[in-house]
Design a protein around this ligand. Structure first.
Ligand SMILES: Cc1cc2nc3c(=O)[nH]c(=O)nc-3n(C[C@H](O)[C@H](O)[C@H](O)COP(=O)(O)OP(=O)(O)OC[C@H]3O[C@@H](n4cnc5c(N)ncnc54)[C@H](O)[C@@H]3O)c2cc1C
Length: 384
């Protein structure tokens, strides 16, 4: 009798897990159950449709659990993830920085290649099937909205609530796994200040998150002003470290230490407003002057280096790229098998792992799929 492996969720992690397990142990019968009408829908949304699938600048420090990530990244170095895609026939390139993309710059290419591989390895993808619960009775019974499926091993790769619905968290909680509370991550920030007058403006700056004046986190990048908050890659990255009520302060001239001296000398022959116009976009000059009605030069320089906003919320899951929180890493082993149930593994974003923008979240999905797939294949081969 063939050993049956069922993967719940046909996303990035589930597809790579299925392929890895089957390649390493062709005697396995592998099926993917996907609730949507087709697999890999979220892959198509990634990187603005270009799929930023990984990053050559790979380090555990881009994740919320650096300790575990350092072990996993050692186990599967970035070169192995690249080799995996090359073995599927996918051509890769960087965008001139360290971000990795398919050569075509089309997320559809990534999905097409993965779908082809699934077919080539005779892996069943069964769509429009929503898994409702998992019951262990001398083997797994996978209960769905259609019918029951039987399996010797189950991998839950059900992803997160970011721009998707999933019952994966509940299913795993019912089996004894703990859930770290979920909040939207890599999402735009809603601020108390209304910013319609700055809407559409993009600035490169350094931003800090402050809690009662204490600096919690700092990063550089691009901010895009929205009518009710801050967006852009820098705002997305900050959202991973924020809680409600934190202050975000932008240093608009972080690489310009002698600003006060230079502005003062300009003021010997120019009006303040005209001097600032040579320095910053017009819309920001007005914002800074509005915040400093007495036009004190020291206070103006301080505002330029610390333009603060109170964050009242992030945008919700319907806009977020990832979820922070998820199934606790304390409830899995380093090969992604469950510590609560035998013959069950948990991979990808359903876990409490979140990474920075730049390909780190997809990288974790591929990596966890590869490690779990390998472990299941060898576990089964060795007859344990
Ligand atoms: C707009 C957007 C852009 C992004 N861009 C990037 C990027 O450029 N680079 C990057 O690294 N990351 C990016 N991400 C994040 C990245 O897409 C995710 O981290 C990654 O897809 C997670 O992979 P996963 O397999 O764990 O989950 P998913 O890819 O979400 O797959 C989970 C699958 O499980 C299915 N499922 C859930 N519950 C059930 C159930 N009960 N029964 C059956 N099926 C179920 C879902 O339908 C889904 O297909 C982006 C995310 C979004 C939303």
């Amino acid at each position: 009798m063939q050993t049956k492996l069922i993967i719940v969720g046909g996303g990035a992690a589930g597809i790579v897990c299925a392929l890895t397990a089957k390649r390493e142990n062709p005697s396995l019968q592998v099926s993917i159950l996907e609730q949507n009408e087709r697999i890999g829908k979220k892959i198509l949304k990634t990187g603005n449709g270009k799929c930023n699938l990984s990053n050559l600048n790979m380090s555990e420090h881009f994740y919320n659990h650096p300790h575990e990530l350092s072990i996993w990244l050692n186990q599967i170095p970035i070169s192995e993830v690249q080799a995996f895609f090359q073995s599927c026939g996918l051509f890769l390139k960087t965008d001139g920085s360290t971000r990795l993309y398919p050569y075509s710059e089309q997320a559809t290419t990534v999905l097409e290649v993965l779908r082809y591989e699934l077919k080539r390895h005779h892996i069943d993808t069964i769509c429009n099937v929503r898994v409702k619960s998992l019951i262990y009775e001398q083997g797994w019974i996978v209960k769905t909205n259609q019918r029951d499926f039987k399996a010797d091993y189950v991998v839950v790769a059900s992803g997160s609530l970011a721009q998707e619905q999933t019952e994966g968290y509940r299913i795993l909680q019912e089996l004894g796994h703990r859930l770290i509370p979920l909040v939207p991550g890599l999402a735009a920030l809603k601020t108390k200040e209304k910013l319609r007058h700055l809407q559409g403006l993009r600035v490169k700056c350094q931003a800090g998150i402050y809690e009662q004046k204490r600096l919690l986190h700092q990063d550089k990048g691009e901010i895009l002003f929205k009518d009710d908050g801050l967006s852009g890659i820098l705002a997305f990255d900050l959202s991973r470290f924020l809680t409600k009520g934190n202050e975000v302060a932008l240093d608009l001239l972080f690489d310009y230490p002698h600003l006060e001296r230079e502005l003062t000398s300009l003021l010997t022959w120019k009006e303040l407003e005209d001097a600032l116009m040579g320095l910053l976009p017009k819309m920001l000059v007005w914002e800074i002057l509005k915040r400093n009605p007495n036009r004190d030069i020291k206070a103006i320089v301080k505002t330029i280096h610390h333009l603060s906003f109170e964050v009242v919320a992030t945008y919700g899951f319907e806009w977020a790229q990832i979820a922070r929180g998820g199934i606790s890493l304390e409830d899995i082993n380093l090969d992604f098998s469950s510590r609560k149930q035998a013959h069950l593994s948990i991979i990808g974003e359903v876990l409490d792992v979140d990474g920075a923008s730049g390909g780190y979240n997809l990288h974790f999905a591929w990596l966890s799929g590869m490690i779990a797939g390998r472990a299941i294949a060898s576990f089964e081969k060795n007859g344990k």
